[in-house]
Design a protein around this ligand. Structure first.
Ligand code: PLA
Length: 453
């Protein structure tokens, strides 16, 4: 059997094609007795009664999700989880938005709803509304039918599907990601079959953007390379380019034919406005060029565990968008067949109904405002304690996270002595903080920076 039967139209073989090829060769090669018995042999054969997996070493926990595991094991009543970016109320509780409750009620009341499989590309209405939300209701690309949108498993799944699509069908196989970036990015894109390189982004000395470094690195990237851009609320640094800087980035990227791949995991969480946070993406769409965007509803609708998101690919022409979609289906079908129905239905109910939509924007703004207020409170608390250092970055940074500048030794001291949990790079989730817990965090930061760890 020729492995090309299974790959699509791409002529060059990408790493993922090669992986699929190797797997197919293994599964379809000679069926002589030896080979069959080696594949279907008893699970313990050859290891004298022991496990065939006995050689496995214990893998480390995930750098972000592992923080929650450690936190859950801690019996201390004062423990505080500022690791994962998950919104908490002033009472420190997870929040299910009121509009989400209402939408779910509507769905339950509707007895005509069924649980059939969705199409491979997901819920059609959800896809249309998601494209409008990110690109703008008046987007020329939508009007001209040049956008294809597929429902995926939240932001992560959208990035993975987009990455694999590019690895199969785009002429450049290198993606440039910012340094630093969300820890999952390099793994997602490597496993999708792309080769990952970084561009300078953050300057620790100013705790701001290394704009010069960014321009130099993108300027030196080979023609056509893919560039991962955080649409807003950069994770982990909380540092975003200004609109003027975005315009310069856009010009440079378009002049070199670099392919933008936006990761929009926090639309509405940075400024409190859905439209403001989508501006960088819309600038790139307005010039008529092509791009990809991965959307997540985990944070802005609080639908973390529903795993609902979308991948949109903006093309230059409607017929191209149609063919792109047909190829996306070939990426998705063998990966998870088709996406879940519930989360996408909740989103569709909210986005299609003007009243629910307006109520959502208010709830979203309230979450964003509470995070901004936490920034001010933490900053004031450190000032009140006379904590050495310039802490203005806490109020300057944007979105869910503050990149404190604390080092791994300081982080581990705060965890051990104060039961405060965060990622070892010194990132704290401001959304996990409340007025009640700010003093505890400020005490801990004050203690570590005056201890010279
Ligand atoms: N992109 C970025 C930049 C993110 O920060 C995250 C989530 C995602 C994509 C993926 O989110 P989703 O798949 O749930 O939609 N980052 C979190 C959670 C909030 C995590 O690491 O999974 C974080 O704490 O960094």
């Amino acid at each position: 059997m020729n492995t090309n039967d299974f790959s699509s139209s791409s002529s060059s073989s990408s790493p993922s094609d090669r992986r699929i090829g190797a797997l197919l060769r293994h599964l379809t090669a000679g069926t002589d007795a030896d080979r069959v018995s080696s594949v279907f042999a008893s699970p313990t054969s050859g290891v004298a009664g022991g496990s065939v997996f006995a050689h496995l070493v214990q893998a480390p926990e995930d750098a972000i999700l592992g923080v929650t595991i450690a936190y859950n094991k801690d019996p201390s009543p004062i423990k505080l989880n500022l690791g994962v970016g998950a919104y908490r109320t002033e009472e420190g509780k997870p929040l299910v938005l009121n509009v989400v409750r209402k939408a779910e009620q509507q769905l339950i009341n509707d007895r005509s709803r069924i649980k059939e499989y969705l199409p491979i590309v997901g819920l059609g209405e959800f896809n249309k509304l998601s494209a409008k939300l990110i690109l703008g209701a008046d987007s020329p690309a939508i009007r001209e039918n040049r956008v294809t949108t597929v429902e995926c498993l939240s932001g992560t799944g959208s990035l993975r599907v987009g990455g694999e699509f590019l690895a199969r069908h785009y002429h450049q196989k290198t993606i440039y990601i910012p340094q630093p970036t969300w820890g999952n990015h390099p793994k997602i894109f490597t496993l999708a079959g792309l080769s990952v390189k970084t561009y300078r982004y953050y300057d620790p000395s100013t705790r701001g953007l290394n704009f010069q470094g960014l321009l130099e690195d993108l300027g030196a990237a080979p023609q056509g390379s893919i560039v991962l851009l955080h649409a807003c609320a950069h994770n982990p640094t909380g540092v975003d380019p200004t609109l003027e800087q975005w315009e310069q980035i856009r010009k440079l990227m378009r002049s070199k034919g670099l392919m933008p791949f936006f990761d929009s995991a926090y639309q509405g969480f940075a400024s409190g406005s859905l439209d403001t946070d989508a501006k960088p993406i819309r600038m790139f769409v307005a010039d008529g060029g092509e791009l990809l965007v991965a959307q997540s509803y985990a944070k802005n609708m609080g639908l973390y565990g529903e795993r609902v998101g979308a991948l949109s690919i903006v093309c230059k022409a409607a017929d191209v968008a149609g063919r792109v979609e047909s190829q996306l289906k070939l990426v998705i079908r063998p990966m998870y067949s088709n996406p879940p129905i519930h989360g996408a239905s909740i989103v569709a109910v909210i986005l299609r109904d003007r009243n629910l939509f307006n109520e959502w924007t208010l709830e979203l703004k309230a979450m964003a405002d509470r995070i901004i207020s936490m920034r001010k409170q933490l900053f004031e608390a450190l000032r009140a304690r006379g904590t050495p250092g310039d802490w203005t970055h806490i109020i300057k940074q944007i979105g869910m996270f503050t990149f404190t500048g604390l080092n791994p030794a300081q982080v581990s001291y705060m965890t051990k002595e104060y039961h405060i949990y965060m990622t070892s790079d010194g990132r704290i989730s401001m959304a996990g903080l409340s007025s009640k817990t700010v003093p505890h965090l400020a005490d801990a930061i004050h203690a570590v920076v005056t201890k010279a760890l």
